[in-house]
Write a protein that binds this ligand. Structure first.
Ligand code: FMN
Length: 178
């Protein structure tokens, strides 16, 4: 059976909602899915999975330390095991998906893409194929100004149920590539 793990961190719940919609969609496609917070595990081997998904909010256009510390620690372990190889040769059937929730109050999507690119590099360096990066516009909880007057307009309530349904459908399509 195809196996996936969803590793995520979330402070105000947006990334968590996306993580569980992704889980629903993958499961609907017959994938065995585990969902784990980055702060609640260290003992995980990406190579045990066909698909590793990492979800992070954008905090000052970076992933927060709860995500980077997890990724850097794992990267160090893999380096010690000799799995970071020059040229990053592809490892068959090892895939990653990166998803980032963001509010883009100042410059829009440009505040989120550095997160997706940075997180994706941890996987490409290991020889994984990054199948996609998903950027999910989400309410800036705790700031009405940034949720209504920012570059992306009125984003209150996002991700909406409709947004989450699209994620479930996109997850099913993604599963067909595994
Ligand atoms: C301290 C802080 C800094 C943030 N910085 C950014 C940012 O630089 N760019 C952006 O697009 N969103 C920023 N946001 C908004 C979050 O990325 C967005 O609301 C995200 O969906 C939160 O995810 P979560 O609910 O899973 O914690 C920031 C939010 C907080 C609380």
């Amino acid at each position: 059976m195809t196996r996936a793990v969803i590793l995520y961190w979330s402070s105000t719940g947006n990334t968590e909602k996306v993580a569980f919609a992704l889980k629903d969609g993958l499961e609907a496609a017959g994938v065995n899915v585990s969902v784990i917070k980055t702060t609640e595990t260290e003992d995980i081997d990406y190579f045990d999975y066909d698909l590793v998904c990492v979800g992070s909010p954008s905090i000052q256009w970076h992933p927060p330390k709860q995500v980077t510390e997890f990724l850097l620690k794992k990267f160090d372990d893999y380096r010690k095991q000799g799995k970071i190889k020059t040229g990053a040769p592809k490892v068959p059937r090892k895939n990653a998906l990166i998803f980032c929730t963001y509010s883009g109050p100042h410059t829009g999507l440009n505040e989120a893409t550095p997160v997706g690119k940075y997180v994706g590099q941890f996987f490409e360096h290991l020889g994984f194929t990054v199948l996609d990066e998903w950027y999910v516009l989400s309410e800036f909880h705790g700031s009405e100004e940034r949720s209504t007057k920012g570059r992306m307009g009125d984003i209150r309530g996002k991700p909406t149920e409709e947004d989450l349904q699209k994620i479930r459908m996109d997850a099913q399509k993604l599963a067909s590539k595994l």
